[in-house]
Ligand binder design. Sequence first.
Ligand code: GRF
Length: 215
Amino acid sequence: MLPIAVLISGTGSNLRAIHAAIEGGACKARIVAVVSDRKSAKGLAFARECGLEHGVVPMRDYADRDAWNRGLADALEGFEPALVVLAGFMRIVSPEVIARFPHRIINVHPSLLPAFPGTDAPAQAIAAGVRLSGCTVHVVDAGVDTGPVLAQGAVRVHPDDTSASLHARIQRVEHALVPRVIDQVARGTLELGPNPRWHVNDPGDDMFVSPAVLA
Ligand code: GRF
């Protein structure tokens, strides 16, 4: 079982999806810690209910951003995760954190990157008038929502969509895709590194097309 740490800032619906996939035997991982930058993150209550190790590393407890990043990396290292999953973590982690977990931090973002990086990607997609958006799971590098793409799933943008309705549809795909990527890493089918490599001829539709594109 791949030991993973899950970083959250809010609801934690992706955390729930990962946990459910693990419990159901669809994801060969073990959540060794849930870490949040916000004490009030709903996902922390879920972690508590499930008896998962959890902790909070609030920015205000540290002198500055560098100290906070160091504190976060120290806390994470204590749990010895083989993979760190940013699942709705609303902070940018520093190059120092990335260096301490080289090629072992992944993120899920609610757009088809490289389109619409940064905040409120669903609203950006609506404003741009695109008819198709989705989510991307990628390796975290020093940029904002950059780094090698590991998986993407698409959804239609409906004419009457709001940022919230589009985001909700995108999240249904995230909940399928994120546990799948973790499982592929756990099985060694997907090897993370400077250039992530699939040990299959074609990672296939499971990783790059979602049935939701038809919805
Ligand atoms: C997700 O939509 C993810 O793409 C973005 O933040 C959201 C977190 O949602 N980075 P949740 O906390 O997992 O419900």
